[in-house]
Design a binder for this molecule. Structure first.
Ligand code: SF4
Length: 342
């Protein structure tokens, strides 16, 4: 069993309140310790790390430097303490924004299916809000690209004055200026993936068996009592995990929620809490798909890990792994400094 969430105990909910059942996917939930057949061939990275799905942020991190992302998984954390503080403060700011529109409750989970049920209940509870033209935060999204299951959490979805559905991603920064072009590129990719997945969801592509097959979940698994209780409070009577999946599918496909029209990233300075700037991101579906295909090819074992290209060798200067990086040694240090501008 695990505990999820913060705030009030269950049993205090009125009809007008929105539930936010929090459970961050820990790595223990991402891998499946069961049904792994004996390996006769080389393991793919997905198999090696026991992953049944990836997060959108895994791919956006990969887009900065794939080799760095792999070192981050395999080696002890080399994050500078100030980076950890920044990340923690960023999380607090996100939570404060969530609490403006949600009540957060504690929920006991008793199975892997219960943990996923929480995400699905959070999704189900915001569908009527979006249908009514309201604003939602921390919206879970799931989908499949290139046969790999992906999950993510959209910071905010609102309708603009023009009536367009707008995604807003909040990025907090330690320094009081806008990020570099390369950092923006990584963030652009992240929000484009959110749109890609969200649009597929509301277009009815997230069928129940897509989730159970990819994540190896049991539709017949009875839901824990607290999960059933919370489902009841938001108007759903469910017994098994499969019931909840059916409800999610029906609600998404019958909801008439539009695709996302506009992608925005807001950068703010953490210390002063001032807005540094807003970027509007152009969505080019073909390019997003191609990029995702390339990154997922690594995860599926179709190609070797890669580090940065020569033009981006400047990234190695601030990389914690530069001293031990094989890619850098092989590909970059063989070139003259004048080429690298190091
Ligand atoms: Fe990537 Fe360069 Fe770091 Fe190697 S040293 S992991 S290539 S950024």
């Amino acid at each position: 069993a695990s505990m999820a969430g913060l705030g009030s105990e269950p049993g205090e909910l009125s009809d007008s309140e929105l539930l936010l059942l929090l459970e961050e996917p820990g790595d223990h939930l991402r891998g499946s310790p069961v049904e792994r057949p004996p390996q006769k061939r080389a393991q793919t990275p997905l198999e090696k790390y026991y992953l049944t799905y990836l997060c959108v942020t895994d791919l956006s991190t990969q887009s900065w430097c794939e080799q760095q992302m792999v070192y981050g998984r395999e080696l002890p954390p080399l994050q500078a303490p100030e980076t950890v503080v920044l990340l923690n403060t960023g999380k607090s700011i996100h939570l404060a924004r969530e609490l403006e529109v949600h009540d957060v409750v504690k929920v006991h989970t008793t199975s892997k299916e219960d943990s996923w049920a929480i995400k699905i209940l959070n999704l189900l509870s915001v569908i009527p809000v979006l249908q009514a033209g309201g604003c939602v935060r921390e919206l879970p999204v799931f989908g499949v690209i290139e046969d790999v299951f992906l999950t993510g959490i959209i910071d905010e979805l609102c309708y603009s004055a023009k009536g367009e559905l707008e995604l807003r991603e909040l990025k907090t920064r330690g320094r009081p200026f806008m990020p570099s072009g390369a950092q923006k590129k990584r963030d652009y990719f992240q929000v484009c993936l959110y749109k890609y997945i969200f649009d597929a969801m509301v277009q009815g592509q997230l069928k129940p068996d897509v989730i159970t097959n990819h994540i190896q979940l049991r539709p017949e698994q009875p839901l824990g009592s607290q999960i059933r209780e919370h489902a009841q409070k938001v108007g759903f009577t469910v017994t098994s995990f499969g019931d909840l999946l059916e409800l999610m599918y029906l609600n998404l496909t019958l909801s008439d929620i539009p695709s996302i029209d506009c992608l925005k990233i807001e950068y703010s300075h953490q210390e002063s809490n001032t807005l540094l700037g807003t970027e509007v991101v152009r969505f080019e579906e073909e390019k997003v798909r191609e990029k995702a295909q390339n990154y997922l090819a690594y995860w599926k074992g179709q190609r070797e890990v890669q580090g940065v290209e020569i033009e981006e060798a400047w990234k190695c200067q601030s990389c914690s792994y530069s001293e031990i990086c094989d890619w850098r040694k092989k590909r970059i240090l063989t070139l003259p400094n004048s080429v690298l501008h190091l």
